[in-house]
Design a binder for this molecule. Structure first.
Ligand code: ATP
Ligand code: MG
Length: 728
């Protein structure tokens, strides 16, 4: 086989690494220097040139997405697909191992995985059983304790109850009860996957032996973010038998808060014999401006292993910095820029919006939805994305609108009520042919007796159910509607019948939906007449995955900075880069955590290949309160020659905020809101709320909304057209 193509497009250092004889190797290099490329090409080389067979190779990546990409690249390089190869995340590989050896691992054959939300819920229940007061012993803290113990390889039985240490004893009690509960119902959380897989080596030397003989080489990407148990698992598996290639970058270690040990990089040279050390210094990803900015930021960290990173690439465009007037303005700016790029022919998948915390995505999502731009969010399933919640919402949507076809499709036979795929297909056809809704189609089919008797009667039952739900709930408030719907529709019953933890979690989620309805307040104090149910459904729909693009649709990529690791995009928007948000206010006072935040910033900047935008919102409403913000210290660490400050496009002309303190609302006093006769800073009176000061606005003319800080009622957003404000 001709293998030369495997070595094409590699520089000398990369080629040396790829073709090095089997043995331990540590590639330590900066972002975009080709570490992942070396890893993939090395696998191809070992198989094509060194005669390893595919099933002798194990490759560990950081995300499933990365694993899929790696398989694709390998297929290209080798010219054939290979299913035998073990390519995956630590969790994925551990899962595979446990599936094969469930007996030895003392698991049920069909053990279930407990995701993070389910785990939290289980712990909540356990805490209740143990009479632990939630305000003293938050479930999250207990989960944190349990996971941290597992990540260090410790079971409850290994932990010393401590002498009179209440914290230790309480946590231990919870951990023990949790272990028992998982054992009883045959479930395994994420950390448990790793721990069990590790114990498999420890308690079953014959298995360990088998795998040591099997694997010829192990390759690990993003090595800087391995935790104790992952490292131990590798260490034991490899022994002195299997060699390892580890690639990583200490400057990109961003999971310390979850137990990752940057020290594993140094530990590697001690634990694995005669490792070949490889440095890669040329960056192929980013323009010089972007790379220089990244280098400047990360140089503020201490204790770095130290790497030089340079590029032959073009200087490129400067980094655009935009300070939005508020979070809406920030989002509008980002979406406008996105549309410009798309109009110029760029694929949406080449555009990424990266943010520090999940909660920030919401405003961006809303702006994208309004502009009709398809987008996708990576990582984590949100509440309104969950199957059972979508089902419940579908019933509620039908109360609101019978002609909601998607809702009908979703719940017509959930819970099962004997309406088969054939009936649904007949309805679809009828609806298509007559240009009517599914609901309408169904009733026509019944009336005209176009359905077999049994099918018709089942369908009729469904129609009656919806009508009855509607009639019974007309007088109820939102939470009671939800409660009624989940019960009478049979959803609760349906999930209660489901065995095990999953079903239980789904029932709890449905109950949480009722609580969500209880606390639901329309997003703004708009005075439009709209039923609360409709408004709630809209809000939920915005939140749910149905607003997301299909996996294969060309769509803008949204994700947290953490989940962007290892990826690259033509254009990146880093949003909300504000002091207090990023670096997060919790980490500002702790040097170690601040440095981790800075590494996260380095990761973010280095995702961009050609163009980077950094944005902030000078005032931001989040978690129900409003903050005034300055640009993050990380922005100030970027030398000004790499930055281009975009002038505010909004209709507000005022001095730019970059580099100076946040404006008080007084700084844009007297700015007249176009076509409204009202100005910022002006005192106004409202018939119900009384007197206040106009602080902020969005839109103009009839649709303008203003924020007024009322003397006695606090700040509210009002639609000007309805608010009837009188200028004092
Ligand atoms: P990160 O630290 O972000 O994970 P990395 O070191 O793994 O980055 P890669 O993703 O492997 O870097 O490579 C970065 C980009 O540079 C990719 O688009 C890759 O195809 C390209 N690249 C790497 N090496 C070369 C090369 N020798 N010639 C041309 N392009 C290259
Ligand atoms: Mg990489």
């Amino acid at each position: 086989m001709d293998v030369s193509h495997i070595l094409n497009n590699l520089n000398d250092a990369q080629r040396d690494a790829v073709t090095a004889p089997l043995g331990n190797m540590l590639v330590l290099a900066g972002a975009g220097s080709g570490k992942t490329r070396v890893l993939v090409h090395r696998i191809a080389w070992l198989i094509a040139a060194e005669g390893l067979s595919a099933h002798q190779v194990m490759a560990v990546t950081f995300t499933n997405k990365a694993a899929r990409e790696m398989r694709g690249r390998l297929e290209e390089l080798l010219g054939y697909a290979n299913r035998n190869m073990w390519v995956g995340t630590f969790h994925g590989l551990a899962h595979r191992l446990l599936k094969m050896h469930w007996r030895e691992a003392k698991l049920n054959e069909n053990f279930q995985i407990l995701d993070a939300d389910d785990q939290l819920r289980l712990v909540k229940r356990i805490a209740k059983q143990l009479d632990l007061d939630e305000s003293h012993w938050p479930a999250r803290q207990i989960v944190g304790f349990i996971n941290a113990q597992k990540d260090e390889g410790r079971r409850a039985a290994h932990i010393d109850p401590g002498q009179g240490d209440l914290y230790q004893r309480t946590m231990l009690r919870a951990y023990t009860a949790y272990e028992e509960a998982c054992e009883r119902s045959g479930i395994v959380d994420f950390a448990e996957l790793l721990l069990r897989a590790h114990e498999l080596w420890l308690y079953h030397p014959e298995l360990l032996q088998l795998y040591r003989q099997r694997f010829g080489h192990i390759l690990v990407d993003e090595f800087q973010d391995t935790n104790t148990i992952q490292y131990a698992w590798l260490r034991v598996l490899a022994g002195d038998v299997v060699s390892i290639t580890a690639v990583g970058d200490d400057d990109q270690s961003i999971y310390g808060w979850r137990g990752a040990k940057i020290e594993n990089i140094q530990q590697f040279s001690r634990d694995f014999s005669e490792p070949r050390m490889v440095r890669l210094e040329q960056n192929y990803r980013s323009t010089a401006n972007i790379l220089n900015a990244a280098n400047a930021v990360i140089s503020h960290n201490s204790d770095r292993l130290g790497k030089e990173l340079w590029t032959e690439g073009l200087e490129g465009e400067k980094i655009d910095f935009y300070a939005g007037f508020n979070e809406q303005d920030e989002a509008r700016f980002v979406v406008d820029e996105i549309q410009k790029h798309v109009n110029n022919g760029m694929a949406r998948t080449e555009l990424a919006i990266l943010y520090r915390s999940n909660a920030q995505s919401r405003v961006m999502e809303e702006a994208l939805i309004r502009a009709g731009v398809p987008y996708r969010i990576y990582g984590g399933q949100r509440f309104y994305d969950r199957l059972e919640i979508k089902n419940a919402l579908a019933y509620m949507r039908l109360l609101n609108n019978r002609h909601d076809d998607a809702a009908i499709e979703r719940v017509i036979n959930t819970p099962v009520r004997g309406i088969g795929a054939k009936t649904v297909e007949t309805m679809r056809e009828y609806a298509r042919d007559h240009g009517c809704s599914m609901w309408h189609a169904g009733s026509s089919l019944i009336v005209n007796k176009h359905l077999p008797n049994r099918a018709a009667s089942c369908l009729e039952d469904f129609y009656n159910l919806i009508e009855k739900l509607d009639n019974d709930t007309t007088e109820l408030d939102l939470a009671d509607i939800a409660d009624h719907v989940i019960t009478v529709s049979g959803l609760i019953e349906h999930h209660k019948k489901e065995k095990g933890e999953k079903g239980q979690a789904r029932v709890e989620n449905l109950e949480e939906l009722v609580s969500a309805c209880k606390v639901f307040e329309p997003a703004e104090d708009s005075e439009e007449e709209r039923s609360l149910l409709a408004e709630f459904l809209d809000t939920a729909a915005l939140d749910a995955g149905e607003a997301q693009a299909d996996e294969f649709e060309d769509s803008v990529q949204l994700m947290t900075l953490h989940s962007a690791k290892g990826l690259e995009f033509h254009t990146v928007f880093m949003v909300g880069v504000e002091e207090g948000l990023f670096p997060h206010k919790m980490s500002i006072s702790e040097p170690g955590r601040l440095e981790e935040e800075r590494r996260l910033c380095y990761v973010g900047i280095t995702r961009a290949m050609h163009k980077l935008y950094i944005t902030i919102a000078e005032s931001r409403r989040m978690h129900g309160s409003e903050t005034y913000n300055t640009p993050s210290r990380f922005v100030k660490e970027i030398p000004v020659e790499y930055l281009n400050e975009i002038r505010m496009q909004a209709k507000v002309s005022r001095p730019m905020s970059f580099g100076r303190a946040a404006p008080s609302s007084a700084s844009f006093d007297n700015y007249a809101i176009p076509e409204t006769g009202i100005a910022l800073g002006q005192r106004v009176i409202h018939s119900i709320f009384g007197e206040g000061v106009v602080l902020n606005f969005e839109g103009q003319g009839k649709s303008a909304r203003v924020q007024v800080n009322f003397d006695n009622q606090g700040s509210k957003w009002l639609v000007l057209a309805y608010a009837n404000l009188q200028v004092i």
